[in-house]
Design a protein around this ligand. Structure first.
Ligand code: F6R
Length: 240
């Protein structure tokens, strides 16, 4: 695991450099993508580089980490909708090459199908991750098996609370999600975890310096040979 600490306003461009280098090396790369607030600036930067013809996604494919069960792709809080708005609608990736777990289909078979589709695409070349305050990656909440694959998870009260800000007061907030497992993430050839702000400092400290533990799912990245943790100074503030 390599830790890179950079000023907050350089995180997105450094992350975009890594994504663009990957696509230059291998134009038909399979990208693993995340939602949430963390990757938004990265996606904005990628859109801008695409508009300046510095990068193309025409031959790339993508697999998102997770999706809420019970939200259709048209629901504004669904992760499919988020990805369309924040990235896919603004770049040249082929729509049929973008994959987000289907929150409306029969969950058990769709988890298995998702895992098989990742394998059929040749596996993920570069997985982008954010991190939850509780150390989750994807929706692999504390206690998740380190050998888990794509499956259904119940979201913890902490995660529900952290994500409540995206839902209106009168809006249904799902408490179940389909998520890639920790083993699915660890099988990616390269992983890039992004974190900014003091609120993530404790989770980052446990990820980087804590014992490898299912209670901090992101600490599993210590086992990954090509994992980069790209964080700002505030997120790094509890590192020894
Ligand atoms: C999103 C995801 C989550 C988030 C994490 C951080 O697809 O899988 O693990 O990356 O909850 O969320 P933000 O970036 O909103 O702090």
């Amino acid at each position: 695991m390599r830790v890179v600490i950079a000023p907050s306003d350089q995180i997105a461009s450094k992350a975009a450099d890594i994504v663009c280098q990957q696509l230059q090396r291998k134009p038909d790369s399979v990208l693993g993508l995340a939602t949430g607030s963390t990757p938004v600036a990265l996606y904005r930067e990628l859109i801008s580089r695409y508009q300046q013809q510095q990068v193309s996604f025409a031959r790339a494919a993508s697999f998102n980490l997770d999706e809420y069960i019970g939200l259709s792709s048209e629901h504004p809080q669904s992760y499919r909708y988020f990805m369309q708005q924040q990235l896919f609608d603004h770049i040249d990736i082929a729509p049929e090459q973008t994959h987000v777990p289907d929150g409306m289909s029969e969950p058990l078979s769709s988890c298995q199908a998702y895992e098989q589709a990742i394998g059929a695409a040749g596996g993920i070349d570069l997985q982008i991750l954010g991190i939850g305050h509780n150390g989750h990656i994807g929706f692999n909440e504390p206690g998740s098996s380190l050998s888990s694959h794509t499956r259904i998870k119940t979201l913890t009260p902490t995660t529900l609370e952290a994500n409540r800000r995206f839902f209106r007061d009168d809006e249904f907030q799902p408490c179940l999600a389909i998520t890639m497992g920790i083993a699915t993430i660890l099988q990616s050839r390269q992983v890039l975890l992004l974190a900014s702000g003091e609120a993530k400092a404790e989770a980052v400290q446990r990820t980087v310096e804590g014992p490898l533990s299912a209670f901090t799912p992101a600490s599993s990245l210590q086992m990954h040979e090509h994992a980069i943790v790209l964080i700002d100074e505030a997120a790094a503030s509890q590192l020894q």
